[in-house]
Design a protein around this ligand. Structure first.
Ligand SMILES: Cc1cc2nc3c(=O)[nH]c(=O)nc-3n(C[C@H](O)[C@H](O)[C@H](O)COP(=O)(O)O)c2cc1C
Length: 272
């Protein structure tokens, strides 16, 4: 075959070309998986009527982070069910080297809070610490973090469909401290903590900030379209965080009540 750089004079229609596939749009008010009253979703309905076969689009578009849960505990069988199916997530080289530390010891949540983790953790009763084998040869792309993250997103969707809300948490002490607290093997890296529990009630529906046209770029990074915000406050927060978690834990525990007022809050449930 001869390859030329010249452009064809005329683009002729390809008779074998199929018409574009039309995919359905998500309609929050029309979906029937989660009641919606115009402002709040009520995923609590799934607690007694789990619906893991709800339309995928409904699950993806109605899952929202939940940081407050009912007092009913997620049993171990259900937790294993969630992990079993979440393990269908992709991993680098199909290695599937996750380890999940299930946590229901309330002293651990108090200890994490005392050491300066997300403050709502003090009211949490169940969580998992997701770890992934860090013996990757592709350190540059942090393969192991990406593989760990893939399980978390799958877990959150599955949990949602069964009436279980969750929150992905990285507001934690530094990794060496977490490693010591949980006695994590040197071959593994803690990736994130995920709190979970049955939905209590309503969750405010927060639409996404942008649509795909804001995000998609074609063939190259289109820097001309960027609108960057002033990075000074980010810089200060980054340093403050760096210093705060370098402070020995026994001192940091005393500072924690003062540090609370600087905690960044994204809370969107009405009862937070
Ligand atoms: C990598 C990552 C880290 C996060 N860390 C925290 C955290 O430390 N504390 C918290 O309250 N939420 C945390 N979240 C949850 C986000 O705040 C939440 O996903 C975001 O506000 C969007 O809300 P949505 O999940 O309801 O769409 C984290 C989410 C991700 C993906």
């Amino acid at each position: 075959m001869r390859v030329t750089n010249s452009k064809p004079d005329r683009i002729t229609a390809d008779p074998t070309e199929k018409p574009p596939i039309v995919l359905p749009d998500f309609d929050l008010s029309a979906q029937s998986s989660i009641p919606f009253n115009g402002r709040f979703l009520n995923p609590g309905i799934l607690v007694n009527a789990p619906n893991p076969i709800m339309p995928l689009l409904d699950a993806v578009c109605t899952r929202r982070t939940s940081r407050a849960y009912s007092s009913r505990k997620v049993d171990m069988k259900t937790f294993h069910w969630l992990i079993t199916y979440a393990m269908n997530a992709p991993t680098a080289c199909n290695e599937q080297k996750w380890k999940v530390i299930y946590i229901d010891d309330l002293d651990i949540f108090s200890e994490l809070t005392r050491r300066g983790s997300a403050s709502f953790l003090k009211n949490v009763r169940q969580a998992m610490l997701l770890c992934y084998n860090r013996q990757t040869d592709n350190i540059h792309w942090a393969d192991h973090i990406q593989s760990g993250a893939a399980l978390i997103t799958t877990f959150q969707l599955l949990a949602h469909s069964t009436g279980i809300g969750s929150c992905w948490i990285n507001h934690l002490p530094n990794k060496p401290e977490i490693r010591r607290l949980f006695k994590i093997d040197h071959a593994y890296d803690p990736i994130a903590l995920v709190s979970f529990g049955y939905y209590n009630d309503k969750v405010r529906f927060l639409p996404r900030k942008h649509d795909s046209s804001h995000v998609v770029m074609i063939n190259r990074f289109e820097s001309g379209r960027l609108v960057l915000k002033d990075s000074r406050s980010g810089f200060v927060r980054r340093w403050a965080r760096f210093i705060y978690y370098k402070i020995p834990a026994f001192i940091r525990c005393r500072l924690q009540p003062y540090a609370l007022k600087y905690e960044r809050k994204f809370y969107n449930e009405i009862f937070d």
